[in-house]
Write a protein that binds this ligand. Structure first.
Ligand code: PMP
Length: 368
């Protein structure tokens, strides 16, 4: 070993992104594979966003605005809070990592329901915090059980709404009850990476909760609904003191200039963005209906993906789909997660699934 890495880092598992179409094509000798494995938007940039990015190319020799002041102001207006309550980072993943760096020491606890976003355990290990994993209930965050798991050493509790990979939501009233149940010494991170896709009326704007609870921080991203995953920009809304601590852990110039420009342009194109989200939501609901009509037991999908809780058949089903050119995300012994694409892409997934079943490539049993 060169140098002396911290033991916690040497033991750290790498984050595993969704398999790319190119990797699957090379591995399985298929062509024209469709990647539905990373919850990406099926669209290219809006014209106005592409224009803003192009306009920024002339100044890539200059550092971006470290404080992303203009973007923070736009976000504060968008969310309806004072600008001191907003920060930005390199994707919401960047902000989540910053939060744990700012709030956790070795031996502290980080609570989460599981399965959930696979970066949380990695960030917890990075700061040598202990993970407390509470099982989902009916594929959904079990907030009463999560509240029970919070103790005096719990510095951060994640609430992922909608949850990744299951796509389910908890109602805002349940989150309020959770916040009332946990001590102020625990920062509650409400991860709303997919909030723009939620149509369940039990979920309302979380900004009201931020005003009520100083220990709540909400994280969101431009990667999903805004379709800017490649640019890496996310934001957080919380108490000014929490925001200030998150900011202390920022890498200088974390959000690049093209990302800042694109994010501002995307916020300014709210109507077009909503229209795109509506298309994805309509497709999501269509795919959910088709899966249920075919006998699959899938939970209500509230993000830009569907979840098939096929348990121990996850790897086998994902493999059968890959051999048919459709790349999904398998979670061992839990299920597969399939990103919603456009109509043609979703139809490819549905017919690959039907084909896999017909071929016995997936010995599906009760389709649970
Ligand atoms: N939170 C959740 C629940 C996610 O699924 C993701 C992306 N897969 C992120 C955060 C991070 O997204 P980004 O860093 O692109 O904002």
């Amino acid at each position: 070993m060169t140098g002396r890495p911290r033991p916690a880092i040497a033991a750290l598992p790498a984050y595993r992104p969704g398999r790319s179409a190119a990797v699957v094509e090379a591995e399985l000798g298929v062509s024209g594979a469709l990647k539905l494995a990373s919850n990406e938007a099926p669209f290219g940039p809006l014209a106005s966003v592409a224009g803003a990015i192009s306009a920024g190319i002339e100044s890539v020799n200059l550092y971006p605005d470290h404080g992303a002041v203009a973007l923070r102001h736009d976000l504060a207006t968008h969310v309806g809070v004072d600008v001191e309550r907003v920060t930005v980072g390199a994707g919401s993943a960047g902000i989540l990592q910053q939060i744990l760096l700012a709030f956790c020491e070795p031996g502290d606890e980080v609570a989460m329901c599981w399965p959930s976003f696979e970066a949380y355990p990695i960030f917890a290990m990075l700061v040598e915090a202990e993970q407390v994993r509470v099982p989902l209930r009916d594929e959904t965050f079990d907030l009463p059980a999560l509240a029970e798991s919070v103790g005096p050493r719990t510095r951060v509790a994640f609430v992922t709404n909608p949850n990744n990979p299951t796509g389910t939501v908890v109602g805002t009233d349940e989150i309020r009850a959770f916040l009332d149940a946990v001590p102020d010494s625990c920062l509650v991170v409400l991860d709303e990476a997919y909030s723009e896709f939620v149509t369940d009326p039990r979920v309302t704007d979380s900004s009201a909760l931020v005003a009520e609870h100083d220990n709540l921080v909400v994280t969101r991203t431009f990667s999903k609904a805004h379709g800017l995953a490649a640019l890496r920009v996310g934001y957080a809304v919380g108490h000014p003191d929490v925001v200030a601590m998150i900011d202390r852990t920022s890498v200088p110039f974390a959000v690049n200039d093209l990302a800042q420009r694109a994010a501002r342009a995307s916020l300014a194109a709210a109507d077009e963005m909503r229209e795109r989200v509506a298309q994805v939501v309509a497709e999501r609901d269509r795919v959910t209906g088709e899966l249920r009509a075919a006998g699959w037991d899938v939970p209500d999908a509230q993000a830009n993906f569907v979840w098939m809780p096929v348990r121990e058949r996850a790897g086998e089903l994902a493999g059968a789909l890959e051999r048919r050119g459709v790349v999904t995300r398998a979670f061992a012994d839990a299920g597969i997660r399939v990103t919603i694409a456009d109509r043609a892409g979703d139809d490819r997934f549905l017919s690959a699934l039907a084909d896999a079943v017909a071929d016995g490539g997936d010995d599906r049993g009760d389709r649970g």
